[in-house]
Design a protein around this ligand. Structure first.
Ligand code: PBG
Length: 331
């Protein structure tokens, strides 16, 4: 440390007014750092609210297009879309996920037709499509790694073919990045970006999302602990990330975000590659509920996001993206 003492050192000199504070600010959030997730629902007419996610809705394709227009106007360039599938189309193998003209691929091509500039992220995992709510194929009471990868590869090709810019495997099977990458290369999708949910924890903070995609009741009391990471581990996260980079991931992601800032920081420091964080449904709803009740000031949302930036995240998926982007532009 520099050996300077009071009165030479008065750290409050740089906090005298907001322009000075901003001048020496170490981190900032821009709209271009934020990614808005949206839920689109098959056989829906218009929109519907999601009880456990205040101010977030499920959209049909037409209303999603209007919402995306608003998102773009707010200054956001990137969206992540999640489908809510007709329960009649779910089965134990998630067969609907690999059909070429399924709901999500129709939605993706419509969105890309209307908004060619937007960066569109599509999840690879079977949970929206399976009757049991797991991310993969079950064999002998266990989600089978290698059988699941075969389906995920097909799912990734369907999504790439419909125009998704970024494919985001969120399933945590071992080796899936390598298989998906080589399938994409072979099918000539050379520029399709792979965003790996590399350090995805077996977190209870996903609860409201599972309500939103209507997989909560399918999953019941069953847990994802045999594939998602133990919340107590950080070394293992480094191992996951190292493998995914080697297998061909362009970007890695940590999820959830705020309870795992140490993990984000460590990944960014060790691997120096684009590192995203997902402020998940439970994190969003805790803050939003308290804000809507007047228990917390609405600025806590921005504070939570800046803390995620400070830990080293390059971009953040957050349900508050549109709202925060409007807020940032006003300031
Ligand atoms: C599906 C998936 C989940 C989330 C994103 N993709 C849920 C899960 O793994 O059970 C969670 C997102 C959130 O909570 O906001 N594989």
């Amino acid at each position: 440390m520099i050996d300077r003492k009071y009165p030479n050192t008065r750290l409050r000199r740089l906090r005298r007014n907001s322009n000075l504070i901003k001048l020496v600010s170490e981190n900032t959030i821009n709209s271009s750092d934020l990614i808005q997730p949206i839920f689109i629902k098959e056989n829906l007419n218009g929109t519907e609210s999601i009880e456990s996610m205040p101010d977030i809705k499920r959209f049909d394709i037409d209303s999603a297009l209007k919402e995306i227009e608003e998102i773009v106007e707010s200054g956001i360039n990137t969206i992540a879309i999640f489908p809510v599938i007709d329960p009649e189309k779910k089965d134990i193998k998630g067969s609907e996920a690999v059909k070429n003209d399924n709901f999500i691929s129709t939605a993706i091509s419509k969105i890309k037709d209307e908004f060619p500039e937007i960066i569109l992220i599509a999840d690879v995992a079977l949970d929206p499509y399976t009757t049991h709510g797991h991310d993969g194929i079950i064999l002998n009471d266990n989600v089978d790694n290698d059988l699941t990868i075969e389906i995920l590869v097909e799912q990734a090709l369907v999504l790439a073919n419909s125009g998704a810019d970024i494919i985001a495997p969120s399933d945590m099977m071992d080796g899936r990045i390598k298989s998906i990458r080589s399938a994409l290369e072979n099918a000539n999708f050379k520029d399709t970006i792979l965003l790996s949910y590399a350090a995805k924890y077996n977190s209870k903070f996903y609860g409201p999302f599972r309500d939103a995609v209507e997989s909560a009741s399918s999953l019941g009391k069953s847990s994802k602990e045999t594939y998602q990471m133990n919340t107590a581990n950080i070394n293992e996260a480094m191992h996951e990330v190292a493998l995914d980079i080697k297998e061909g991931a362009d970007i890695v992601m940590v999820k959830p975000a705020m309870p795992y800032l140490d993990v984000i920081q460590s990944i960014k420091k060790n691997f120096m590659i684009p590192t995203f964080a997902y402020q998940v449904s439970g994190e969003y709803c805790m803050l939003k509920l308290a804000i809507n009740n007047g228990w917390l000031d609405s600025d806590v949302m921005l504070e939570s996001l800046i803390s995620i930036k400070r830990s080293g995240a390059d971009a953040i998926l957050t349900y508050a993206a549109k709202e925060i982007s409007k807020e940032i532009i006003k300031r």
